[in-house]
Write a protein that binds this ligand. Structure first.
Ligand code: SF4
Length: 454
């Protein structure tokens, strides 16, 4: 094993699990991909920790390294292969899991010496592979699992995965092939996990899945049409902020909006809804759920029930067959929709996706041009929306502290993807995880600056 420079993975030092005894077997974890993959990594580490393994903060100290891969886009696959290569060079004993693990031949074609390859959510197989590579040495007297499991995210916020898989068949997406059909976790199990997290000091729960609004619709004996509403209500009662990601604009989403309008319910007035496009023909070619729904009407209804709601979304430009007129329709739609937070990707072929074989792929320079025009518009909307917040008083959660400022988030900002509110004076008494009141002094394109309210 080589000497490990301090910036090399596995560097998920937020796990911060102390080594408890000298003979404890040690595993390293490299976690790539989306927040959902991060939750998987946390679960694997939680189990290993429960079995008496220590989590190594570097390659050199690990007896084997798990690489949790992402296989969504070709660029993510390349990144995963690079990460596996790095782990092999730096450590030599590598177990691969996660989305790209579904393609064992592809991985072994480049890296034949990996110890094992397991697919997404194959927790038992990952653990088996770890047991084979590095036998456990349990000690029931000291191997106590931390109450909230092992967390890779900072202690004051946590992702909460409520289901796996997806029943849709969007043409650009291979997640249903990799992750299977929708399987919702029982509400009691989700609540137990959420309660433990809140007891352990988590101030914000980020609810994730492939399709959050479909939660529970796979249960044959469900009592209501939309079990997500009941789950959101119960989570909101725990006293932490509850933020909903990956919600689709199904009609039953309207039921949740009045809950968001009343702060005492604990559900943040925030919806992360991946619209992907606005033109009905493009959406149909994408085979998007709710392709035909009148989303502007839905948005207007949500805003009427909850005027402070923050809407975040992601879009794809340059989808095969996207005409100038369809793209212009998207820009006009943005003018009307006035979304608060927006991400945008240029369409990219993904191995195995059905969209690859669609006619009329858009040339790279047109995709780039559309992306720039889209982002210019999104940025102007964001800037105007943030400028309107100057002078307002609001609650923020403190994420980070350094000598210069406290980096915080408002209810309108999800960690890692949205903006921040910075306090650069009088913040010395604050601690990470504090919930404080501020007044907004200044606004930029994506961030705010403010001072502590009296
Ligand atoms: S809804 Fe569509 S994009 Fe989202 S996971 Fe399912 S198939 Fe993929």
């Amino acid at each position: 094993m080589s000497q490990n420079p301090p910036d090399l993975r596995p560097d998920l030092a937020n796990a911060q699990v102390p080594e408890l005894r000298s003979n404890q077997p040690k595993i390293g974890m490299v976690s790539l991909g989306c927040p959902k993959a991060l939750v998987d990594s946390e679960r694997i580490l939680t189990r290993l920790r429960a079995e008496g393994y220590a989590i190594s903060p570097d390659y050199a100290g690990a007896e084997a390294v798990i690489v949790n891969t992402c296989g969504f886009l070709d660029s993510a696959k390349a990144e995963s292969l690079d990460a596996i290569g790095e782990a092999l060079t730096e450590n030599g004993r590598v177990i691969v899991t996660g989305c790209l693990g579904a393609e064992e031949d592809y991985i072994r074609g480049t890296h034949p010496s990996v110890l094992a390859v397991t697919g997404p959510h194959q927790y038992e197989q990952v653990l088996d592979a770890v047991h084979t590579a590095v036998p456990p040495a349990p000690d029931p007297f000291i191997d106590l699992l931390p109450a909230a499991g092992v967390k890779l995210t900072p202690r004051h916020y946590s992702y909460l995965k409520i289901s796996e898989g997806c029943n849709h068949k969007c043409k650009f997406c291979i997640i249903p092939d990799m992750r299977g059909r929708l399987t919702s976790r029982p509400q009691k199990a989700v609540m137990r996990e959420a309660e433990k997290l809140v007891e352990a000091g988590v101030k914000e729960l980020l609810v994730i899945s492939q399709d959050t609004s479909a939660y529970g619709t796979d249960w044959k004996d469900r009592e209501t049409k939309a079990p997500i509403t009941a789950l959101a209500r119960d989570l909101g009662g725990l006293g932490a902020w509850v933020r909903l990601h990956y919600v689709y604009p199904y009609p039953h989403v309207r039921e949740m909006i009045p809950l968001m309008a009343d702060p005492s319910n604990g559900i943040l007035p925030y919806l992360d809804i991946p619209f992907q496009h606005a033109h009905p023909d493009t959406l149909r070619r994408m085979a998007r759920p709710a392709a035909a729904s009148r989303t502007l009407d839905e948005i207007a209804a949500w805003r009427s029930d909850c005027p402070d709601i923050t809407l975040r979304s992601t879009f794809i430009v340059g989808y095969p067959g996207e005409t100038d007129a369809e793209f212009q329709h998207l820009l006009d739609w943005m003018d009307e929709a006035q979304l608060d937070r927006v991400g945008c990707f240029q369409y990219e072929n993904v191995d195995g996706a059905r969209s690859n074989s669609l006619p009329d792929h858009v040339p790279a320079e047109i995709k780039q041009d559309r992306w720039e025009r889209f982002m210019e518009k999104a940025q102007a909307i964001s800037e105007a929306k943030l400028a309107a917040k100057v002078g307002q008083r609001m609650s923020v959660l403190v994420d980070e502290l350094d000598a210069e400022a406290a980096t915080c988030r408002t209810m309108a900002d999800a960690p890692e993807i949205d903006g921040n509110l910075f306090i650069d004076e009088g913040f010395e008494q604050l601690s990470v995880g504090d919930l404080v009141e501020v007044v907004v002094d200044e606004a930029g394109e994506y961030d705010l600056w403010g001072h502590l309210a009296n």
